[in-house]
Design a protein. Sequence first.
Length: 194
Amino acid sequence: MKKLILIFTVLSSMWISNIAYADTNVVRICHGNGGFPPYHFYSEQVTKGPMQGVTIDMLKILFAQLKLEYFVKPVPWKRCYESTVDARSFDIIADGSYNLQRAELFYYSIPLYNLTPSIFLANKDRLSFPIKSPEQITGLKLCANRGTNLEGYGLREPNISLITFSIKNGLEMLERSRCEGFLSLQEIVQVITL
């Protein structure tokens, strides 16, 4: 499967003009709330309070240099995207991923890191390896987190149950046989399961 390029989604027109933040003078940033270590995550798996991580540290440095006020709020990915599309609640998405549909809506920065779209399986006996095409996993009951960018998997949302709200929850659903395969990013799952 192709490597998915995760990027820091930036509505750069906000910096070109004062229109996007003229009313509040505060840049509003969202990212997922399920944890995406080492980029953004709650310390000690607590799901309250501020998140920490590489992206959070980078935002501090960036906005200090820009001399702009900002706030970062973790929200479910789907709500983060929808609330940024119409600038209703947010101006920037941190740690968002690229796909053609999103490219029509947002300006993107350069890629900050590359991650590998992967499938985690409960029962490997039903498949032949290596998995090189989406057709090989047709018929499996698949799940992914709400708001997951499925382009890197070559799959369409109607074929996927978007019932999980975090990677940890997705792996638990897999363990309880609520899903036969969980779609997530290899490097992030490795950090979470260490």
